[in-house]
Design a protein around this ligand. Structure first.
Ligand SMILES: Nc1ncnc2c1ncn2[C@@H]1O[C@H](COP(=O)(O)OP(=O)(O)OP(=O)(O)O)[C@@H](O)[C@H]1O
Ligand SMILES: [Mg+2]
Length: 338
């Protein structure tokens, strides 16, 4: 049995993916779930949220095989196999596989192997490379007996993200309340369906191939990519715009999600607050954000010593309640709560 992989995905940038993964990873660990967070965005923002700059520099400069996601897959692009991941222990139940700015170099390797994986011979190398992220995630998860792997990626539809999505069982879609997010949502459904179909063809090609029996066998991801819902951001790029502008976009999300991601009929009058596919509405945490970044801790763990006093203390309590609800909802949708 493989360990479930959950990815937060939207090709629209700045919608809170990294921040959500960071907080959710912490919340799951506080709820006694064992978590591996994997930073597959070459910008490495998730890594920067968990580790100090000195620690990151140490990991990157070590050049040690397995020390970052790139150092795990790099040997494969040369002549060796995947290097086992070296995880950073963040807390007793929470581990990080650090990201790496050098990961962008793998984009070309993945793009080159994609068509080769449909050839009728020599499929071992392309399939091994295309599934490398999944192999690494599974190794990482097994190492620490994880309940779930949480993955952060950058905002694009490139070859790295395609390989991550092939490795993904469940997809959650964070959204801003604006035209760009709504438009991004329309691209996501067709992209996920296309990647799912193209990966299925590759799995069939691999199984039917006449080489089978002669080549080394290994497990491959199913390419499930099941959309479990969306999250609405209450804050935005233009913070001070009127509530009306927020409402205008947010009310269109439930219909657009059903039609484009699920290919279901829209339900008239459905609003996010009543929509079972709306996993959460994310509040604007204002000054708690820099406070938490400085303390290198999740917003809901801020204390008076960090400056969370008065109304801030109430906001910390609200954040804890909201993220607990979100984690429980996601646990339910990913089979973790059993
Ligand atoms: N709930 C929130 N309240 C206030 N600010 C937030 C909240 N969540 C995220 N932010 C801020 O919004 C910005 C974008 O968030 P984040 O980096 O998580 O988005 P992203 O989707 O990962 O971006 P990218 O597409 O660049 O990877 C960051 O500066 C972050 O601190
Ligand atoms: Mg990010």
């Amino acid at each position: 049995m493989s360990i479930p992989v959950l990815t937060f995905f939207n090709n629209k940038g700045g919608v809170g993916k990294t921040s959500l993964i960071y907080h959710l990873a912490w919340m799951f660990s506080l709820l006694d779930k064992r978590v591996v967070a994997v930073d597959l965005d070459p910008q490495a923002n998730l890594t920067a949220a968990f580790l100090t700059e000195d620690a990151i520099e140490g990991v990157w400069n070590s050049g040690q095989q397995g020390a970052t996601i790139y150092q795990c897959v790099k040997p494969l692009a040369e002549v060796n196999d995947i290097a086992p991941p070296i995880l950073q222990k963040i807390s007793p139940h929470l581990y990080l596989l650090p990201g790496d700015v050098a990961l962008s170099a793998y984009e070309d390797t993945l793009a080159a192997e994609w068509p080769k994986s449909m050839d009728d011979k020599q499929l071992y190398r392309p399939m091994r490379i295309l599934s490398a992220f999944w192999q690494v995630m599974q190794m990482a998860g097994q190492q620490v007996v994880a309940d779930i792997v949480l993955v952060d990626i950058g905002p694009n539809l490139g070859a790295i993200n395609r390989s991550v999505l092939l490795a993904t069982d469940y997809v959650a879609i964070p959204l801003g309340a604006d035209l760009f997010s709504l438009q991004g949502l329309s691209n996501l459904g067709p992209t996920l369906r296309s990647w799912r179909k193209l990966w299925q063809r590759r799995l069939d090609n691999w199984r039917d191939n006449r080489e089978s029996g002669e080549r080394p066998e290994f497990e491959l991801p199913e390419g499930r990519m099941q959309a479990i819902g969306y999250l609405c951001q209450q804050y935005g790029v233009r913070l001070e715009r009127p509530v009306r502008a927020y409402d205008q976009w947010v009310r269109r999300i439930p219909a657009r999600y059903r039609e484009t991601v699920l290919e279901e009929q829209a339900i008239a009058g459905m609003m996010p607050e009543n929509d079972p596919y709306c996993l959460a509405t994310i509040r604007h945490y204002r000054s708690l954000v820099p406070m938490a970044q400085e303390g290198r801790k999740p917003i809901f763990n801020l204390t008076p010593a960090d400056g969370a006093i008065g109304s801030h203390a109430n906001a910390v309590r609200d954040a804890k309640r909201d993220f607990k609800q979100l984690a429980e909802k996601i646990a339910g949708k990913t089979g973790l709560s059993h």
